[in-house]
Design a protein around this ligand. Structure first.
Ligand SMILES: Nc1ncnc2c1ncn2[C@@H]1O[C@H](COP(=O)(O)OP(=O)(O)O)[C@@H](O)[C@H]1O
Ligand SMILES: O=C(O)[C@H](O)[C@@H](O)[C@H](O)[C@H](O)COP(=O)(O)O
Length: 167
């Protein structure tokens, strides 16, 4: 099983993704840690990434997923995966479709959370470009991020159960 926890910067991917991986006994992959130093420098400097910056990053994550799947491990990936083409690129190599969890919320709430977050390179000033780039996924477990993390986790677990029941 592969679960993608996606959404713009500051939407809660790392927080919810870790909790979900623990709950499912799955390996947790944090897409942020696959960025090149150049990508991190760009974003830290307030410049949004372009497609050309993202393809090698997505491919590195895709390879990590393939390795874990070949070892038979369930995987939870926390990744912005803003566009449909990025989501396809991530999972093509693994040859499996991922269940998608979409963390959805308003710009003001996300900006406030980014503003409070400590020790992260991503400046809140990049939120508008993240939101402009976002293509909301069609088939996804969509959760409202204004709820508490524990409530979101319960909602996601229910959504995954329902999705497995219907195939
Ligand atoms: N449901 C939530 N309620 C309150 N704060 C949250 C919630 N989810 C995440 N946060 C906080 O918001 C900030 C952004 O969350 P984070 O998981 O780092 O997002 P992302 O990985 O999508 O950038 C963090 O400081 C985190 O502790
Ligand atoms: O594709 C992108 O523009 C980036 O990957 C971006 O979406 C991602 O969100 C950053 O790496 C910041 O990390 P956080 O999402 O953890 O803030």
């Amino acid at each position: 099983m592969i679960v993608l926890v996606m959404g713009v910067s500051g939407s809660g991917k790392s927080t919810i993704g870790r909790m979900l991986a623990d709950a499912l006994g799955a390996e947790f992959l944090e897409a942020d840690s696959f960025h090149s130093p150049e990508n991190v420098a760009k974003m830290s400097g307030g410049v949004p990434l372009e497609d050309a910056d993202r393809w090698p990053w997505l491919d590195a994550i895709g390879s990590a997923i393939t390795g874990l799947r070949q070892a038979g491990k369930p995987v939870v990936l926390a990744c912005s995966a803003l566009k449909e083409a990025y989501r396809r690129r991530l999972f093509d190599r693994a040859g499996e479709t991922a269940r998608v969890v979409f963390l959805s919320g308003g710009a003001d709430l996300i900006a406030a959370r980014m503003g409070r977050r400590q020790g992260h390179y991503m400046p809140p000033a990049l939120l508008p470009s993240q939101l402009a780039t976002l293509e909301p996924p069609e088939a996804a477990i969509r959760v409202d991020i204004s709820h508490k993390p524990e409530e979101i986790l319960a909602e996601v677990l229910n959504g995954l159960k329902a999705a497995s029941a219907t195939g």
